[in-house]
Design a binder for this molecule. Structure first.
Ligand code: IPE
Ligand code: IPE
Ligand code: MG
Length: 234
C-alpha cells in the first residue's frame, strides 16, 4: 500500500514548554526553539510535494496563559515574520493566516497583512498559520458569513453543502489528509475540526523543537501505509 504524498498536512506544534523545562531552560526558550524548527521542517515538508501545510501556532485558549508568555509569543510572531519576510517569497511559498483578529495587536495584524500581500502570487505551496485560532469559532464565523450572504440574497440554501462549506472557513483550503500532533498529547484541542473529518491522525511523543526532517519522514511513512477507506471497503 502507498497512499502517496498527502495534499494537506496539519501540525499541532505542541511541547515547546516541556522541551525547555526538561533542559532547565525557560518555557519561552522552547517557543524560540519551536520557531527555528518550524522554519526548517516546514520547508522540508513543502519540498516533499505537500501542497498545503497548516500549523497551530497559537490557540484562542492560549490567551489564558501568563501575560509574560503571551507577550513573548506575540513579540516572537512579529519579529519572526519581519525577519522571514523575504524567506517565504524567495521559496515561492504563499502564506495565509487563519484565526480571529480580535484581540490581536495592530503590530501582529500589520505584519500578517504584509506577508499575505507579499506572497499572494507564490505558487510553490501554501503555509497556513493558525493564530488566535479556534475551530469551533471558525465554524460559528463561517455560519455567520453564510447567514449574512443569505440575508443579502447573494446565495441560496442549495449553494451550501459539505464541499462548499470550506469556502466560508477562514481560508478556502482542501480537507486535511494527515494531522500530526507532537509531545505525546492525544487530543485535537479545538484544531481544524471541520477540515479534519477524514484526516489520518499521527501522534508522536517527540516535542516540537525536535520534530525534524527524520521525524516527518516517520509520520509520512506511517501515513503511506495506512488503510485509508473513507467508509468504503478496500
Ligand atoms: C506549544 O507548546 C506552543 C503553544 C501552545 C504556543 P506548549 O507551550 O503548549 O508546550 P507544553 O505543551 O506546555 O510543553
Ligand atoms: C495546542 O496546544 C495549541 C498549539 C499548539 C498552538 P496546547 O498546549 O495549547 O493545548 P492543550 O492545552 O494541550 O489542549
Ligand atoms: Mg501544550
Amino acid at each position: 500500500m502507498n497512499n502517496g504524498i498527502p495534499n494537506h498536512v496539519a501540525i499541532i506544534m505542541d511541547g515547546n514548554g516541556r522541551w525547555a523545562t526538561k533542559q532547565g531552560k525557560k518555557r519561552t526558550d522552547g517557543h524560540y526553539a519551536g520557531y527555528k524548527r518550524l522554519k526548517k521542517t516546514a520547508l522540508y515538508i513543502l519540498s516533499k510535494g505537500v501542497k498545503y501545510l497548516s500549523v497551530f501556532a497559537f490557540s484562542t485558549e492560549n490567551f489564558g496563559r501568563s501575560s509574560e508568555e503571551v507577550g513573548y509569543l506575540m513579540d516572537l510572531f512579529v519579529k519572526a515574520f519581519k525577519k522571514e519576510r523575504t524567506f517565504f517569497k524567495d521559496n515561492n511559498i504563499k502564506v495565509l493566516f487563519s484565526g480571529r483578529k480580535k484581540p490581536l495587536s495592530d503590530d501582529v495584524l500589520k505584519i500578517i497583512d504584509i506577508i499575505q500581500e507579499d506572497t499572494k502570487d507564490c505558487s510553490g505551496g501554501v503555509f497556513n498559520v493558525c493564530l488566535n485560532y479556534g475551530a469551533q469559532a471558525e465554524i460559528v464565523d463561517a455560519t455567520k458569513k453564510i447567514a449574512q450572504l443569505y440575508k443579502e440574497d447573494k446565495i441560496s440554501l442549495d449553494d451550501i453543502d459539505t464541499n462548499t462549506y470550506y469556502h466560508y472557513l477562514y481560508n478556502d483550503l482542501p480537507p486535511v489528509d494527515l494531522m500530526i500532533r507532537t509531545s505525546g498529547e492525544i487530543r485535537i484541542s479545538n484544531f481544524m475540526l471541520y477540515s479534519l473529518s477524514y484526516a489520518e491522525l499521527y501522534f508522536t511523543s517527540t516535542c516540537f523543537p525536535d520534530f525534524d526532517e527524520k521525524e516527518f519522514d516517520k509520520a509520512l511513512e506511517d501515513y503511506q501505509n495506512r488503510n485509508i477507506t473513507k467508509g468504503k471497503i478496500k
